[in-house]
Design a binder for this molecule. Structure first.
Ligand SMILES: Cc1cc2nc3c(=O)[nH]c(=O)nc-3n(C[C@H](O)[C@H](O)[C@H](O)COP(=O)(O)OP(=O)(O)OC[C@H]3O[C@@H](n4cnc5c(N)ncnc54)[C@H](O)[C@@H]3O)c2cc1C
Length: 396
């Protein structure tokens, strides 16, 4: 039972401080709505701190030839994020770090002709640029590189710096709450902050954006849908002996990248290669040691000039949380469901947070604006990147 000390009424309560919740909160506050975000761990502690940070522009859908209205909307995401980063977008992300201006697609020599075929199509020509040897990222200027490489207009962001830039200006709206302390009633909830203070918060809309946590929240609200699915990944990290950063999908025979590599820096400023794509999807059936061995083989085959003798390895088991469609197909855009005052949402991709937030804004707007004085409550910390957690490393 929560002991209520303070009552407050707001337009929207958001549960979950990942990219989706924070982007939405920042938009709502900018538009003059009163809104509160509840977080029971650190900001970004869910999937967001594991994200590779690529702001997809729908190239993947173009590759499959399945260009739909939603994939066209995705095509605008890189320019929306870039505008925010340059200070003339819907939010101010000038203090966030763009870690690469572009993402690349490369293929090995034996698949080069297939890739060239893809890129000859008109949809792809608008999205990609073939590179001359001097224009290639440094790692692919090596004389042993025999494949082909294309530049995608897809920037890569440091996801935690994005969360910081979103949260700082609206920190007065963010509450660090005790796990499992939330009790939902109709149009209000009781919750305990980490310092023990109890609040009753009245809302026009309750927005569940707790990633994997949405399932339990729906249950506690007595709702049986929307259904959620978890998609496990076994990501691989490598550091030691790396001098170049890589931001690229390696295309194999299928349309899913054989491996997607992004580069980050750990707390000692070492370069870390973070590997996902098909490697991480297939890896869920392997042990950690088998997955590391597989990553070593892939790198030896794809970037053979990169020495591995000084490398340290680590595995990250992480689930993507998303809506489960009845026909089993994977969502390719964000998902949002409204039942009464309760909205449940998953962005599906970090890149899509702005699109999702816009739709939520439209739903919150229906009830108009209230003015609320917010109390001074405790704020949650920002999560750390997994590659900065020393305990994860150690597999030589
Ligand atoms: C390995 C990996 C790589 C990825 N790479 C990319 C990429 O390159 N580009 C891209 O666009 N997308 C990428 N994604 C997808 C992207 O990370 C997610 O779609 C996005 O981060 C989801 O954000 P979210 O805010 O919905 O959820 P989350 O980031 O999971 O945040 C949910 C938040 O809710 C909090 N929470 C949970 N339960 C409760 C509760 N009961 N009360 C209060 N708070 C609660 C959690 O602590 C957490 O902070 C990647 C995902 C993974 C796993």
């Amino acid at each position: 039972m929560v002991d209520i000390a303070i009552k407050v009424d707001v337009d929207a309560v958001i549960v979950g401080g990942g990219i989706a919740g924070l982007w939405t909160l920042a938009r709502l506050r900018d538009e003059g709505y009163s809104a509160v975000l509840l977080e029971d761990d650190a900001l970004g502690a869910g999937q967001t701190r594991y994200a590779q940070g690529i702001i997809h522009g729908g190239t993947k859908y173009a590759l499959t030839g399945k260009l739909t209205a939603s994939s066209e909307a995705v095509a605008n995401m890189p320019s929306i994020w870039r505008a925010c980063h340059q200070g003339h977008g819907e939010l101010d992300l000038r203090n966030a770090a763009m870690i690469s201006d572009a993402h690349y697609l490369w293929s090995t020599a034996n698949l080069a002709s297939k890739i060239t075929g893809f890129f000859a199509s008109q949809v792809m020509r608008a999205r990609t640029t073939a590179l001359s040897p001097e224009q290639r990222p440094a790692i692919f200027q090596h004389k042993k590189f025999k494949g082909s490489i294309y530049r995608l207009d897809e920037p890569v962001f440091d996801s935690i710096s994005i969360l910081r830039a979103l949260a700082e200006p609206v920190m007065s709206s963010i509450v660090a709450i005790r796990k499992d302390s939330m009790q939902l009633q109709s149009s209000s909830l009781n919750v305990e902050a980490v310092n023990g203070d109890g609040y009753e918060i009245g809302f026009n809309k309750l927005i569940l954006m707790a990633g994997q946590g949405n399932e339990a929240l729906l249950l506690s609200a007595g709702l049986s849908k929307p259904a959620m699915q978890l998609r496990p990944l076994k990501m691989v990290m490598m550091r030691g002996g790396l001098t170049e950063k890589v931001f690229a999908h390696c295309m194999g025979a299928g349309i899913n990248p054989r491996v997607t590599i992004t580069s980050h820096t750990d707390s000692d400023n070492n370069i870390v290669w973070y590997m996902g794509g098909q490697l991480a999807e297939d890896g869920v059936h392997r042990t950690d040691d088998e997955q590391i061995a597989r990553a070593q083989q892939e790198l030896a085959a794809l970037i053979p000039w990169q020495k591995q003798d000084a490398a340290q390895w680590a595995i990250l088991d992480i689930d993507r949380a998303e809506v489960r469609h009845a026909d089993g197909h994977r969502p390719d855009t964000f998902y949002l469901d409204q039942q009464g005052d309760i909205i449940t949402a998953w962005p599906t991709k970090m890149a899509l947070a702005p699109l999702l937030a816009q739709q939520l804004l439209d739903l919150v707007a229906v009830s108009g604006k209230t003015r609320a004085e917010l109390p001074a409550w405790p704020s949650p910390p920002l999560a750390a990147f997994p590659w900065c957690e020393q305990a994860r490393w150690g597999k030589a």
